[in-house]
Design a protein around this ligand. Structure first.
Ligand SMILES: O=c1nc[nH]c2c1ncn2[C@H]1C[C@H](O)[C@@H](COP(=O)(O)OP(=O)(O)OP(=O)(O)O)O1
Ligand SMILES: [Mg+2]
Length: 208
C-alpha cells in the first residue's frame, strides 16, 4: 500500500483519444477530476526511453512538472512472440504519423509471413502506468493480457490493434467487444480483462 493518495485534479498525460477515453472511463467511478494534456495545451514529448515503464514515467513527469498538478500516463503496446516482441514500445510508431492502424496491423501480418511464423500467433498487450506528483514522487503499475492474433482484423470497436487481438480463452477480439467488456473491472476481487484495466486495478488498490 502506498502512503500517497490521489486527490484533487489529475492531469491525464495522453494525446491518444482512444486511450484517453478508456483512462477516463476507468477513473470516473472514483470521482477523480481529470484534465488532459491536450486541454492544457501541453505538447507531446518524444518517447526516448527503451521500456514501457520508462516512457510512462517520462510522459507523466513532463506533464506534472509543466502543470504543477499530479499527472497520470500510460505507455502500452502489442508484443508479438514470433516477432521477438515487436512492435512493443514502437506500437504507435508502426502506425506512422497518420496513425494508420490498418497499415500497422497489415505490417504485423506481413512480418509474420516473412518469418514463416505458424499459428497460433501468440501475443500480449502490456500497459505501464505512472503517476508523478509535482514534488517528484512516483508510483508505477503494470498490466498484461495474453492472447493470439487473428487475420483479417475483426470488429470496429476500440482502437489501435484491437481488431487483431483475441484474448486468451475468449471468442471475441477486442475490436468486437463493447468497451465495458474490454475494461470489465470486477468488484469481487477477480481480475480485470485488458492490460490497461489490470494495471488500473493495481493502481486503484494502492492510490484510490
Ligand atoms: O488497448 C489497446 N488496444 C489496441 N491497441 C493498443 C492498446 N493499448 C495500446 N495499443 C497500441 C496502440 C497505441 O497507439 C500504442 C500505444 O503507444 P503509446 O505511446 O503508449 O500511446 P500513444 O502514442 O498512442 O499516445 P500517448 O503516448 O500520448 O499516450 O499501442
Ligand atoms: Mg505515445
Amino acid at each position: 500500500m502506498s502512503s500517497r493518495k490521489l486527490e484533487g485534479r489529475l492531469v491525464v498525460a495522453s494525446h491518444n483519444p482512444g486511450k484517453l477515453w478508456e483512462l477516463r472511463q476507468l477513473l470516473s467511478p472514483h470521482g477523480v477530476e481529470t484534465v488532459s494534456v491536450g486541454e492544457l495545451g501541453l505538447p507531446e514529448p518524444e518517447e526516448t526511453e527503451p521500456t514501457f515503464a520508462g516512457n510512462a514515467l517520462l510522459k507523466a513527469r513532463t506533464a506534472a512538472f509543466a502543470s504543477g498538478l499530479p499527472a497520470f500516463a500510460d505507455d502500452s503496446g502489442l508484443c508479438v512472440e514470433a516477432l521477438d516482441g515487436a512492435p512493443g514500445i514502437y506500437s504507435a510508431r508502426w502506425a506512422g504519423p497518420e496513425r494508420d492502424f490498418g497499415e500497422a496491423m497489415a505490417r504485423v501480418e506481413r512480418e509474420l509471413k516473412e518469418r514463416g511464423a505458424t499459428q497460433p500467433f501468440r501475443a500480449h498487450f502490456l500497459c505501464a502506468l505512472a503517476v508523478v506528483w509535482p514534488d517528484g514522487h512516483v508510483e508505477e503499475f503494470e498490466g498484461r493480457i495474453d492472447g493470439v492474433l487473428v487475420f483479417p482484423p475483426r470488429g470496429t470497436k476500440g482502437f489501435g490493434y484491437d481488431p487483431i487481438f483475441l484474448p486468451e480463452g475468449l471468442d471475441k477480439t477486442f475490436g468486437e467487444m463493447m468497451s465495458a467488456e474490454k475494461h470489465a473491472m470486477p468488484h469481487d476481487g477477480s481480475r480485470a480483462l485488458s492490460h490497461r484495466a489490470r494495471a488500473f486495478q493495481a493502481l486503484a488498490a494502492s492510490l484510490l
